[in-house]
Design a protein around this ligand. Structure first.
Ligand code: AMP
Length: 395
């Protein structure tokens, strides 16, 4: 059988990120983004090998953007496209693994939309547009939450009355599952261990951040909850705060729900703490220049991350290694070093030369000799989505 090609689509409300993943190719033959969809400035940007190009597609919506993409995909895949894999943020309790999309699956994704009102409707737009433009191809939904459906009840239940769980689905779901799953498998491969019999702490640190405890290849706990706001300090998200903050802000400042949600999701985290930026590169530069807010933001980020990893360690029978991934995890020796410095009780320590070496796509082991394994593993959510799509095409 010739090597197969999968188009991976990650659809937002006004953008579509895409990557053509070749089963046998390390690099994506085609990748890019269609953005500002529905607006006069709508544009399709793509990369083929070292070539970058773009096309103005004024007022194009999701279907029109995918129709413009079609000839590019045909050319880059040599006319051999085997399926489409869609990233879907929330699968609720319904989806414990990737699914071939049919009318029933579409309905179930729609049914969990209230749990992810910003993301699932946008993901559905992408799926519907892709079905319209590529009616003959198998389409697969891969859920950010699915990997975490193996959490035990004592990890996923909130200490709230049962009726809220039973009738309204209020529980911890967790996100970034595709990434934690991918880097867990890669870490096991690198360490020469079977994934199904290995135990990891994983830290996905990008604009969104989460930790995960992986036991015998399955997620047993994770830091995000009902929504991707719970847990760590993130680019603009606060992560954990006192739940009474909502009523306190309403009472003392007269803020309504929309204002409080904006505060916690878009004005907090690294941006709020530093008063400067949500971007870790900018903050590291500012810290080096003596900026007090950037210095504090980095300290809080690392301490909270270490605290979360220590908490996740409760789920592990033993530790085969700590994994850093995501834009920050893969590129910031400073954040890795400061975080691991808080985890001496777990016996962790870094080889700082190895730590400095792991940036811009270079991964590997960075622990000091004689200490538990610490790995930098570049994530590849698109490839994981393509692999899960291919698995279903094989069935
Ligand atoms: P992601 O969402 O995975 O693309 O990650 C975005 C985050 O990674 C941003 O906070 C970036 O500033 C951060 N990042 C990317 N490159 C670096 C770098 N060289 N050093 C520190 N942070 C970086």
């Amino acid at each position: 059988m010739p090597a197969r090609n999968i188009l991976v689509i990650n659809c937002g409300s006004s953008s579509i990120k895409f990557a053509l993943v070749g089963e046998a190719q390390a690099q994506f033959p085609l990748s890019g983004i269609a953005e500002r969809l529905g607006q006069p400035e709508a544009v399709l940007r793509w990369r083929r090998g070292d070539e970058k190009d773009c096309l103005a597609i004024p007022h194009a919506g999701h279907s029109a953007a995918l129709a413009h993409l079609l000839p590019l995909v045909r050319e880059a895949s040599g006319g051999l496209l085997h399926g489409i894999g869609h990233r879907v943020v929330h699968g609720g309790e319904h989806f414990t693994a990737a699914q071939r999309i049919d009318a029933e699956v579409l309905e179930a994704i729609r049914a969990v939309a209230p749990l992810a009102p910003l993301h699932n409707p946008a993901n559905l737009l992408g799926i519907e547009a892709a079905i319209e433009v590529y009616p003959d191809l198998p389409q697969v939904a891969v859920f950010d939450t699915a990997f975490h459906q193996t959490l035990p009840e004592h990890a996923y239940r909130y200490a709230l009355p049962e009726v809220l769980y039973r009738d309204h689905g209020l529980r911890r779901y967790g996100f970034h599952g595709t990434s934690h799953h991918y880097v867990g498998q890669r870490a096991a491969e690198l360490a020469g261990l079977p994934f199904e019999a290995s135990n990891w702490l994983s830290a996905h640190l990008g604009n969104g951040c989460s930790t995960c405890a992986i036991v015998d290849g399955r997620s047993r706990d994770t830091s995000m909850g009902l929504t991707p706001l719970e847990g760590l300090v993130m680019g603009t998200r606060s992560g954990d705060v006192d739940p009474n903050l909502h009523s306190h802000l309403a009472r003392t400042l007269g803020w309504d729900l929309a204002r409080i949600e904006r505060l916690l999701n878009h004005e907090s985290g690294l941006l709020g703490l530093s008063g400067l930026s949500n971007d870790m590169r900018s903050l590291e530069q500012a810290r080096a220049d003596g900026h007090a807010g950037a210095t504090l933001a980095i300290e809080v980020f690392c301490y909270r991350l270490a605290k979360s990893l220590a908490a996740m360690s409760c789920a592990l029978p033993h530790l085969d290694g700590l994994i850093f991934t995501g834009g920050i995890g893969e590129n910031s020796p400073l954040i890795r070093s400061k975080t691991v410095a808080h985890l001496r009780l777990l016996g962790l320590a870094l080889d700082e030369t190895a730590n400095e070496r792991c940036v811009r796509g270079t991964g590997g082991e960075i622990q000091a000799t004689g200490h538990p394994r610490v790995l930098v593993v570049p994530t590849d959510e698109e490839r994981q989505i393509a692999l899960e799509t291919l698995d279903l095409l094989d069935d």
